[in-house]
Design a protein around this ligand. Structure first.
Ligand SMILES: Cc1cc2nc3c(=O)[nH]c(=O)nc-3n(C[C@H](O)[C@H](O)[C@H](O)COP(=O)(O)OP(=O)(O)OC[C@H]3O[C@@H](n4cnc5c(N)ncnc54)[C@H](O)[C@@H]3O)c2cc1C
Length: 464
């Protein structure tokens, strides 16, 4: 495949003709800001930062970039944790946040139509105002964009019951590198005409096309919700409670866990009365009809008690429920405050193997002398082992990388994945072949070549 190279000198002038001079940035501040994303330790430097306002402008930029063989890195809010928007080979960072209109919320068709730069929370709020639910809710929902959610196929706290972003993408308008605009799917629930390109674009991490409009499935909003928490002496008991809950005929909306390190960090950070002596905390919840919620919450509480929970509490008010969920959302900021550098990972295993996986992570942490807190979506088998350390301690940083290499190898050996929701990006590319095998990786590259023969879209990332 042809490789994109650094930008020629007339690039800025040609881009200005498409989007206007004020929307092409080459000042040092912009190049610094857009050289990085939420991933620690990774940085690049773009040649230009371009902020288009419409599909035709995206097409114009891609036409020029393809002709000049300049890399293009599509970007929403840059909250990804896999260095997916780091311009490590230079090029154009194409920021889609000016394309932030919600075009339609249709209660009749149960769809939303929006531009990619709409923030997830804005879409959820617009849907809620019409009595509807947009279920994907990554922890970054106040900042992340819908385009970024689709490109990463983001999950979140409700994935166990409602699925991930992919399950809500009905239609996509996207621009190919030569500037051709394609549409795949639409507002239909049933449509099997041709290969399912919109699904292929879910999780494509900006390597196949730039998405410029999304048609998303909405659901009727649930009438009510319930939230509870259970403490356990150790994570093995909590993991067995997860299996018991799932076997009890309940499909919870939330089933999240925190290990001892995370409980301690969250309590130190937000002082909400968590029991610091506990070995594990399980947060469970349900939504829907009030009668069904009462029944399911009772069943989940019983399952936790049956597996030796030391304390089970059901939130008695919305405020109390919000506090419980806030504890889960606070884990990352709480851990981040312990040391200057936080590396959060995303290994996923079959849910029946969570306890075993966490035990292996703890063994590795002890052996390597690292502080690793593990939390995550217990119901999905999606773990976020998070190491906190001093960035200046290069030996510790090396040990952390080695620890994650080992954690990914164990996840794969258990039939899991190197990433459940954060994507491959730049940082996990070297682990991809181990999971997929050389043959499948070669197929990914052929698909990439069909979309992007000159290799200009996010080169050096997934599929490149
Ligand atoms: C505190 C915190 C909590 C988080 N919690 C979660 C969580 O619970 N679940 C989860 O899944 N993730 C989570 N994330 C990761 C991240 O927020 C998600 O991946 C999010 O969807 C990224 O959206 P973004 O707008 O920031 O995209 P960006 O980071 O800007 O881009 C992400 C990827 O999408 C591509 N892209 C962006 N827009 C387009 C487009 N229009 N067309 C084509 N490609 C595009 C980029 O090239 C890049 O590869 C979290 C991150 C943080 C910092």
């Amino acid at each position: 495949m042809a490789t994109a190279t650094r930008a020629p000198t007339n690039l800025r002038r040609r881009l200005e003709e498409v989007v206007g001079a004020e929307h092409v940035r080459t000042d040092a501040g912009a190049l610094l800001t857009y050289g990085t994303d939420a991933t620690p330790l990774e940085r690049g430097e773009p040649d230009a930062v371009v902020l288009p306002a419409a599909t035709e402008e995206v097409a114009g930029v891609l036409r020029i970039a393809d002709e000049l063989r300049v890399p293009v890195i599509a970007r929403g809010s840059g909250t990804n944790l896999s260095a997916g928007t780091v311009p490590h080979r230079g090029g154009i960072v194409l920021v889609l946040t000016r394309m932030n209109r919600i075009r339609e919320i249709s209660a009749a068709d149960l769809v939303a139509v929006c531009e990619p730069g709409v923030r997830t929370i804005e879409l959820a709020q617009a849907a809620a105002a019409e009595g509807l639910l947009f279920p994907p809710d990554p922890g970054s929902h106040t900042t992340a964009t819908v385009g970024g959610n689709v490109a990463e196929c983001s999950g979140g706290l409700r994935a166990l019951k409602y699925g991930v972003t992919r399950d809500y993408v009905l239609g996509v308008e996207a621009v190919l590198p030569g500037g051709e605009v394609i549409r795949s799917g639409g507002r239909l629930v049933k449509d099997v005409a041709g290969y399912d390109l919109r699904r292929l674009l879910c999780g494509s991490e900006g390597t196949l096309a730039v998405m410029t409009e999304l048609t998303l499935r909405l659901l009727p909003a649930p009438e009510a919700s319930g939230t509870g928490m259970a403490y356990f002496e150790d994570l093995g008991d909590a993991a067995r409670a997860v299996s018991r809950v799932l076997a009890s005929g309940v499909l919870p909306v939330t089933l999240e866990f925190l290990d001892r390190v995370c409980i301690d960090a969250v309590e130190g950070y937000s002082q909400i009365g968590l029991d610091r002596s506990a070995g594990a905390l399980l947060i469970f919840g349900q939504d829907g009809d009030p009668g069904a919620i009462e029944r399911d919450m009772a069943r989940m509480a019983q399952a936790c008690e049956a597996e030796g929970a030391t304390e089970v509490r059901i939130a008695g008010s919305e405020a109390e429920a919000a506090d419980v969920l806030a504890a889960r959302r606070a884990v990352l900021p709480a851990l981040s405050r312990l040391e200057p550098l936080t590396i959060l990972e995303d290994a996923t295993v079959p849910r029946s193997r969570i306890a075993e996986m966490v035990a292996r992570i703890q063994e590795i942490a002890e052996r390597e002398g690292l502080m690793i807190g593990t939390f995550g979506h217990a119901g999905d088998g999606n773990l976020h082992p998070t190491v906190v350390l001093d960035a200046g301690d290069t030996a510790a940083v090396e040990r952390a990388h080695a620890a994650f290499d080992e954690i990914f190898a164990i996840a794969i050996e258990m039939g899991g994945s190197i990433t459940g929701e954060h994507g491959v990006g730049l940082v996990k590319l070297r682990h991809l072949e181990r999971q997929l095998g050389a043959g499948q990786l070669a197929l990914l590259r052929r698909i990439k070549h069909a979309f992007d023969p000159n290799g200009i879209l996010n080169p050096g990332k997934l599929g490149s």
